[in-house]
Write a protein that binds this ligand. Structure first.
Ligand code: NAD
Length: 484
């Protein structure tokens, strides 16, 4: 099969380059297991080159006015929009995500560039009335060179939307795309090369163990922003601490609760539960409400409706606009999901639907699993505690509000959560007691530009998607002007 991208190079210092090793990694379509492209197998040497280019570029970038930087960022957004359809096709083939919702990813990236382009004017310091006779002020200064390490579920969106704040603050960035879905980064390399000054935006492809680790251990890249699994996040914190004092922010996984009260219509909750599971990304979304906690009065009515809705999901070619769910991203993800099916056998849970690979010749090749629902789930079961990052919904039941809150908080995670009730006191009471960083009342899944997103407990450190994210790419400098 022909490659889906013309470019097979990364971006360093404004040049489209192969890696120092000259080696490549092949990328496969998770729906067919066909090779659809290749990306340079980056090395430590490539990271060093990217650092040198970024380090040379950032002072000039930081010296621009916020309006000038903003104009370049908006031009970058326009250039992305011009190639949005091409990016979409590459992303669908390389990730397995379904085409219809994936259409939003470039738009979100562009909106984020636009938002932070405008926010650059808010990079203000303070005047502090510490003494009457002197002047005490703070300035916000960029770190200089910062890095973004991205996961496989929305590769281009994370590479752009989650570097916009750093660019607005005057930093040059190094992006490390996910190794199982790196191909949209090849298109991004071409676009960023045209739109931004050389060295301001660099992309180094390759494995986490080599390129990711080289970034984390680079003594002069002080600001590392990571989106990925808790295990990798902790490894990054450890590795970073071994070489230098660093500012590491982590957006990690979740095992997020959706708590439904008995005043809710079972149809509404069933629809919300299926939407909140993000089956369109095969459940591969950190914010998925993968634990459905139902009050016992509506438990059976909701559960049967959830099963009906899951049974109606159309699994198949992710490039077909009518498809509801594609394959999971990689063989590793596939095997991980299957291992959850195995451990659930005999653990006391009740398999309601799914729990295996789909049958039929269409599914003989590719990383397919059925959308799955387990009922009678309880704390202590693996599926209750561990993030699957796959299409498995776990359902439990509760009687009192205290019980619901205790169940919601009974995992190591604390990323998102949803509360569904029309009683505002119950809704706020529960939302305040759930130890998660991002709650919805009568909603789920949505992110809102400018509204902070991030996790408590082992779901992360730091908040992104708002003004706080931009400030996190600056260091405050205090100046005391002695006037007396
Ligand atoms: P992962 O942790 O396996 O990999 C993420 C990135 O880290 C990849 O680019 C990988 O190459 C790199 N990496 C791996 N080992 C590394 C190392 N030792 N040093 C430096 N970099 C390394 O995660 P994944 O499987 O790509 O993504 C799934 C995870 O991401 C899930 O846990 C999911 O919940 C999480 N996620 C979180 C958010 C959020 O906003 N909180 C969003 C999307 C995904």
């Amino acid at each position: 099969m022909a490659y889906v991208t013309a470019c097979d190079r990364m971006l360093i210092g404004g040049e489209l380059v192969h890696g120092a090793s000259g080696d490549f990694d092949e990328s496969i379509n998770p729906a067919t297991e066909e090779v659809i492209g290749r990306s340079p197998q980056g090395t430590r040497e490539d990271v060093d080159r990217a650092f040198a280019a970024a380090d040379a570029a950032w002072p000039t970038w930081a010296a621009l006015t916020p309006s000038q930087r903003g104009a370049r960022m908006r031009a970058f957004g326009e250039a992305l929009k011009a190639r949005a359809e091409e990016i979409l096709q590459v992303e669908v083939a390389d990730t397995g995500n379904t085409v219809t919702p994936m259409r939003g990813d470039v738009g979100m990236a562009v909106e984020s560039l636009d938002y932070y382009a405008g926010l650059g004017h808010e990079l203000k310091g303070e005047t502090i009335p510490a003494t009457a006779e002197n002047l005490h002020i703070t300035l916000r200064e960029p770190y200089g060179v910062v890095a973004r390490i991205a996961p496989f579920n929305h590769p281009l969106m994370f590479a752009v939307a989650r570097t916009a704040a750093a660019l607005a603050a005057g930093n040059a960035v190094i992006v490390k795309p996910p190794e199982t879905s790196p191909l949209s980064a090849m298109v991004l390399a071409e676009i960023a090369r045209e739109a931004l000054p050389p060295g301001v935006f660099n992309i180094v492809t390759g494995s986490g163990a080599t390129v990711g680790d080289a970034i984390v251990r680079h003594p002069d890249i002080k600001r590392i922003a990571f989106i990925g699994s808790p295990q990798t996040g902790r490894a990054i914190q450890r590795a970073a601490a071994e070489v230098a004092v660093k500012h590491v922010t982590l957006e990690l996984g979740g095992k997020n609760p959706l708590i439904a009260f008995p005043d809710m219509d079972p149809d509404v909750i069933a629809a919300a539960a299926v939407r909140g599971m993000n089956f369109t990304w095969q459940g591969q979304s950190c914010g998925s409400t993968s634990r459905l906690l139902l009050h016992e009065d509506i438990h059976d009515a909701v559960l049967s409706r959830v099963v009906e809705r899951v049974a109606a999901l159309k699994i198949g070619d992710p490039a077909d606009p009518d498809t509801d769910m594609g394959p999971v991203n990689s063989r590793m993800q596939h095997d991980k999901v299957l291992s959850f099916f195995q451990t659930a056998r005999g653990d006391g849970s009740r398999l309601m639907i799914g729990g295996k690979r789909p049958s039929g010749t269409r599914f003989e090749r590719g990383f397919w699993v059925e959308p799955t629902v387990y009922a009678d789930m309880k704390p202590g079961m693996r599926l209750w505690q561990e993030e699957v990052f796959g299409p498995i919904l776990s359902v439990g039941r509760w009687r009192t509000v205290d019980e619901a809150v205790a169940l919601a908080n009974s995992t190591e995670y604390g990323l998102t959560g949803a509360v569904w009730t029309n009683d505002i006191r119950d809704a706020l009471n529960v939302a305040r007691r759930v130890r998660s960083g991002h709650l919805w009342i009568n909603g789920c899944s949505s992110h809102f530009l400018g509204v902070p997103f991030g996790g408590m407990k082992n779901s992360g450190v730091g908040r992104e998607e708002g003004i706080e994210e931009m400030f996190s790419y600056t260091e405050a400098k205090t100046i005391n002007i002695m006037l007396g």
